[in-house]
Ligand binder design. Sequence first.
Ligand code: ZN
Length: 321
Amino acid sequence: MIIDGHNDLVLRRWRGEPSPHLDLDAALAAGFAGGFFALYIPSPHPPDPTEIPYALPLPESIPFEEAARIADELFDTLCGLPVARARSADDFRAGRITAIVHMEGAEAIAADLSNLEQWYGRGLRSIGPVWSRANAFASGVPFRFPSTPDIGPGLTDAGCALVRACNELGILVDLSHLNEAGFWDVARLSDAPLVATHSNAHALCAASRNLTDAQLAAIRDSGGVAGVNFAVTFLREDGMQVVDTPLSEIVRHVAYLTERMGIDHVALGSDFDGAVVPDELGGAAGLPKLVGALHDAGFDDAALAKITHENWLRIFRATWR
Ligand code: ZN
């Protein structure tokens, strides 16, 4: 059973686009049991780095009213998928796909948090306060390579209130896409395990979206998890968008995160349908190939169970109410 930290299938379906990685029947046959399904309000001109080095500006902010309308449509799209909605860790089981309602960027949450409980009632169980674009809660980390993630200010007062409210309600706070100042603000404020759903090791790939060794140590010390992102630009040492990237690049990040944090703190966060992933993997149907490559690299069955699902389930039990 494979639980995954991030996919953008909902955006693809909302736009009426084909899904390059997540054919749900094929995914199910490959052991995919679901995970975080992002409600992501797209920016008009999504960045697409083609040269190294790159330093893309943060996209424009999105006003609340517009975001709230689109988020409603995205949520309806998710509800139309043949998946169960996760409200507790026990909702995940082999042989079906379970979706965590996850907001990637909290633009659709009012700055005074007045609609947060309503979203919780709809099943919202995870929020990334920002995608890589500023909003009422925080500044995102701009896409840059090579670059430190330490770019820009941390959480706003509304962002601090959002983290506290998420702790109270039992909503997971996702650190992927936060800049470093925002990361440390959440680390100080939150009483839940720290989670980066889809981010890699900065020591191996110096993208601004990846996690420094100090951030990894904080995640480990909190009992948290980092989900390894399959996006080639966050895997490769040269940061290049090259589909001809071997599966061993994913294995390299899993091994490094395990070495730094221990096996209890490493999971998968594919970014399926939202990023360019290695051709050798293809999509969710290729997950057994990845598990085989990890096995060949020395991860035994107990370790693979933790990476593929047990670590995520522990996080859900510790975070959700
Ligand atoms: Zn993302």
